[in-house]
Design a protein around this ligand. Structure first.
Ligand SMILES: *Cc1c(COP(=O)(O)O)cnc(C)c1O
Length: 423
């Protein structure tokens, strides 16, 4: 059975990237270098005094938007009890607790909105890169930004990240939501003065409508999840901080200490950006796998077929409808497919029921509350620990067999921090 057959039959599957190449830290990918990630990081730093002021929940970290790297000791214990112990150490990157957005979308979405605000203010001669950006928190600046609208299409979390940040800065903000988007996400945004436009169709249609309405307005910026560099490099900055968190946790990542990442994937921007960042810092020591719902494996399909953004899951008879709303995307970003072509180790699919099971388990074992989309990566941990054939093949092919006991695994818990208690 080919991976393509598995996809069509909605069967959980693992795809190993045949084009994975050795990567030296600091190298460029399609002309994009480490400098792009660093520029995004520097922008976050310039905005820290402002962020600390307008989002007081970030003041404890001086306006740094970051989450913890949590050892999943309870989950490890459970795996041991069930006879499939984790080889190496297991961590959760708890992006559900990222301030402002409550999801991985914080780094990407906030970065792009900050960049728009910064370049508008600089072009108007109102802001210098050396200024303390806390000056942006005035009525005068809010009036200035209020002349512009930021639009974005979203399954939910990107809308929250961009909508909240844009509204706080003073922009008018419009979020085009797909039919999968959860009601509480729409309510939250409306409560903060963001206009929410609901469409009957899927994510791709929501994006198309947002883009068209933005094109018709010359004071409008459309944040394009399917091809945005500014989202991508915003996401990539996670690697710079996780590197320090790993050091503090006593974790080494090198040739004989492999580091595995399990990254939930929608359009590909967040996992792609994170992969770029980790490869820039760790090169071949890091092994990145993307996780998708069986009904919406758009990235896996784009990569396995080689068609990148020119194929969608409907083309193979899938619907894209899934309870993993953050991953309910039917067409991958062509930009991300190209950027990750030689960097990504592979991708796998998971059923909604399994993701929901992992969600309940990690809440039980470690008291961590995540949304279902955020738990897709646990399927990778299960597969590698159970010794499923594709995972074993990966380990052997890459000469990792002798090092697995010294491995570290990071399941990226991508969201759920703003989820109401009753949802
Ligand atoms: C958006 C999202 C992802 C994936 O990000 P993409 O950039 O769409 O690939 C993963 N998990 C959650 C919870 C998300 O909201």
């Amino acid at each position: 059975m080919s991976v393509m057959d598995d996809l069509k039959m909605r069967k959980e599957t693992v795809w190993l990237n045949p084009d994975l190449q050795s990567f030296a830290p600091g190298s460029s990918v399609n002309g994009y270098s480490y400098a792009y990630m660093k520029a995004a990081q520097n922008r976050f730093v310039r905005f820290m005094p402002y962020i600390a002021k307008v989002f007081p929940e970030t003041a404890g970290r001086k306006g740094n938007i970051e989450s913890e790297l949590v050892p999943l000791t309870g989950y490890e214990e459970k795996c041991r009890r069930l006879g499939t112990p984790v080889r190496g150490r297991l961590f959760l990157k708890d992006d559900a607790r990222l301030p402002v957005a409550g999801s991985v979308k914080a780094r990407g979405g906030i970065h792009e909105v900050l960049k728009i605000a910064e370049s508008l203010a600089q072009k108007a001669g109102l802001l210098m890169p050396t200024d303390n950006y806390a000056v942006l928190d005035t009525e005068e600046f809010r009036r200035f930004f209020g002349e512009y609208t930021i639009r974005v299409g979203s399954t939910g979390n990107l809308g929250i990240s961009i909508g909240r940040t844009a509204a706080r800065i003073g922009f008018r903000a419009v979020v085009y939501m797909s039919s999968d988007a959860k009601q509480w996400k729409k309510d939250l945004l409306r409560g903060e003065g963001v206009r929410v436009e609901e469409s009957d169709g899927d994510y791709t249609q929501a994006v198309a409508r947002g883009r068209a309405e933005s094109d018709a307005d010359d004071h409008s910026f459309f944040i394009d999840d399917e091809r945005s560099e500014d989202l991508f490099f915003g996401y990539s900055t996670a690697a710079l901080r996780v590197k320090i968190q790993l050091l503090k946790a006593g974790v080494t990542a090198d040739k004989t200490h492999p580091l595995f990442l399990y990254l939930p994937c929608g359009v590909g921007g967040a996992p792609g950006g994170i992969t770029f960042g980790f490869k820039e810092l760790f090169g071949d020591a890091v092994h990145c796998f993307f996780a998708e719902p069986v009904e919406a494996p758009c990235y896996l399909l784009g990569m396995a077929s080689g068609k990148h953004g020119d194929i969608c899951v409907e083309d193979i008879g899938l619907t894209g409808r899934t309870a993993l709303d953050g991953l309910a995307v039917t067409r991958p970003s062509g930009f991300v497919c190209a950027m990750t072509e030689t960097l990504v180790s592979g991708a796998f699919t998971v059923t909604d029921a399994k993701a929901e099971m992992y969600r309940r388990e990690v809440a039980e074992t470690d008291g961590i509350r995540l949304e279902p989309s955020a738990c897709a990566g646990f399927e990778g941990v299960r597969g590698i620990m159970a010794g499923d054939p594709a995972w074993n093949e990966y380990i052997e092919r890459n000469g990792l067999s002798d090092y697995m006991d010294r491995a570290a695994h990071i399941v990226w818990g991508t969201g759920g921090g703003l989820m109401p208690m009753d949802s």
